[in-house]
Write a protein that binds this ligand. Structure first.
Ligand SMILES: [Zn+2]
Length: 256
């Protein structure tokens, strides 16, 4: 049985001027034997990861496993920073990503090359298997061809780590996905994860949102969704602080 701890909550932001935010979810599953990260996050998260681990008395050396939902830059970015961990990737996902030319959107070419170069030192996952004791692999293609989700039993119930098969609360409720390579497959994947969520009465962790749960016929956030953006110029007194910051709150969130 694991304890589930958020290291960084995902945020469903979409930039219309500067490409993807990439503010993805990173969660820690820990028990006496293992400290497992679900996804590795974007490079911008490095300080947040150190801080999050320190907050629960851990360092990067304590991580035993890094389990990756899919090979986009904002989910696989930091897999190299855990000296004692096994990185786990979907076998089909890596085979697909390895065929893509440098410059493919969202695919970090050097990371993919390094995963291939490490060969047998990288764990390969398959849908329907148990990648680690108590962590089950669920097929969830669409966003990428070999995307995987995971379910895990924790001290507070079943957690379903959806990755970008379900990026946020809107996608879980509407089945309308923003970024997918196969819309029909994405809808089927969301339906599959939705039924696991209903069957277990658990929590679903989206790739870019806070935990979701069934709330009557709807699915809602279990806590508020917030983000904060500032300017580097904040501290020099030349910028009006009232315009140098942006707070994002989502009104439909439920306060925990
Ligand atoms: Zn993605």
């Amino acid at each position: 049985m694991y304890t589930a701890i958020p290291l960084v909550h995902g945020f469903p932001g979409k930039s219309h001027s500067h490409g993807a935010f990439g503010w993805s979810s990173i969660w820690l599953l820990r028990n006496d034997e293992r400290r497992v990260l679900i996804d590795a996050g974007p490079p911008a998260y490095i300080s947040l990861i150190h801080k999050g681990l320190a907050g629960v008395g851990l360092t990067t050396a304590d991580i035993t496993d890094v389990v990756i939902t899919h090979l986009h830059w904002d989910h696989v970015g930091n897999f190299t920073m855990y000296p004692n961990a096994t990185t786990w990737v979907g076998e089909n996902e890596l085979a697909w990503a390895a065929t893509l030319p440098a410059g493919t959107a969202f695919i970090p070419d050097l990371h993919i090359q390094e995963l291939v170069r490490r060969g047998d030192h990288i764990g390969r996952m398959h849908p329907g298997s148990e990648v680690l004791p108590g962590v089950n692999v669920i097929a969830s293609p669409g966003h990428t061809p070999g995307h995987l989700a995971f379910s895990a039993e924790t001290t507070t119930g079943t957690y379903i780590f959806a990755g970008d098969a379900v990026k946020n609360v809107y996608e879980l409720n509407t089945l309308e996905v923003d970024s997918t390579m196969d819309e029909a497959a994405s809808r089927r994947s969301i339906q599959r994860l939705k039924s696991v969520l209903r069957d277990t009465n658990g929590l679903l962790i989206p790739g870019h949102d806070v935990p979701l749960h069934a709330n009557g016929t709807e699915f809602t956030r279990i806590q508020a969704q917030r983000a904060h953006i500032g300017f580097f110029a904040d501290d020099n007194g030349e910028v009006d602080r009232s315009i140098a910051h942006a707070e994002f709150n989502c009104d439909e969130s439920e306060e925990a």
